[in-house]
Design a protein around this ligand. Structure first.
Ligand code: ATP
Length: 277
């Protein structure tokens, strides 16, 4: 069992509306170095709120009412994200933990070339890097997600949705973070493109060893790519376990219900599942 890279302790988030929404309730979990942790659960169960809370990207009326998320640096040393000021948080976000959120591909600025948006990450976070190295690195990163480096001069509208999402993943990897949080990163894409991107992601994870928190309501997909899965219900973790075990021997009634709600899961058992060791 590998060491932890992130520990979430008793995290709770409310939306201060009337009546108050308890979106995340007392969530504790450990993310291990290099693992893919899937977060499953039906719409509205609090998956995105938890993800945003981890990186402190929540805006009012959301409020973290208790708990903390502690990042464990590779060389030792813990960083409690709640202790960071706005500047340190901004710096740590791409560097230590990066994010690809739902519809991220639409967050690319349409009037700025891919290269300029990409290089901006390095000019901001790695100011000492030479222009030549920056360019080289942007091209390498793009190729690592299966996009030709010639595309750097393109504008976002000249790329397909799948390509734009790949660009976002490449950007999220730019500073070699130890954690990537992905909230429905491929939902807007067709199934074939989705598969290709996820295959790339798994390969990149194997190569670079970053941990991934992968959020989707698509349980079959999650079973396929995750090492462990946390099932959320009403803001709390109902069950957390090894993906294969959760599929073959779900303990919680809610997990059983969730599994049963996907017809594809009642077919040929294991046909889409990575065989567990
Ligand atoms: N800005 C907001 N104001 C009030 N309530 C909110 C706000 N954003 C989310 N909520 C509520 O918080 C709860 C958790 O929402 P959240 O988006 O985290 O769930 P989710 O599991 O990610 O859902 P989905 O899969 O649909 O994205 C839901 O009840 C939602 O209605």
């Amino acid at each position: 069992m590998s060491e932890p890279v992130l520990t979430i302790e008793n995290l709770s988030v409310d939306y201060l509306v009337d009546p108050v929404v308890h979106a995340v309730r007392d969530v504790s979990l450990t993310l291990r170095r290099g693992e893919v942790l899937g977060l499953a659960g039906e719409s509205g169960c609090g998956k995105s709120t938890l993800a945003y809370a981890i990186v402190r990207l929540l805006k009012p009326p959301a409020m973290i009412t208790s708990g903390r998320a502690v990042f464990h640096a590779r060389g030792g040393g813990d960083i409690d994200w709640g202790d960071l000021g706005p500047e340190d948080l901004r710096a740590a976000r791409w560097d230590k933990i990066s994010m690809v959120f739902q519809g991220a591909m639409n967050s690319l600025n349409p009037v700025i070339s891919i290269r300029d948006q990409f290089e901006d990450i390095f000019t901001t976070h790695r100011p000492a890097m030479s222009r030549r190295d920056r360019r080289l690195r942007c091209g390498d990163l793009l190729e690592s997600v299966g996009v030709d480096r010639g595309r750097l001069t393109s504008y976002p509208h000249e790329l397909s949705g799948g390509m734009r999402q790949r660009v976002m993943i490449a950007m999220a990897m730019a500073l070699e973070p130890q954690i990537m949080i992905m909230d429905e990163p491929t939902t807007a894409l067709d199934v074939v493109v989705q598969r290709e991107i996820l295959r790339e992601l798994t390969r990149l994870r194997d190569e670079h060893g970053f941990a991934v928190v992968f959020i989707t309501h698509d349980l079959p997909l999650l079973l396929e790519i995750s090492d462990r899965i946390a099932v959320m219900r009403d803001g709390a973790i109902a069950e957390l376990g090894d993906a294969y075990q959760l599929y073959t021997q779900p303990r919680h009634d809610y997990t059983k219900q969730l599994l049963a709600s996907f017809p594809s899961l009642t077919g040929d058992r294991g046909s889409f599942l990575r065989e567990s060791a």
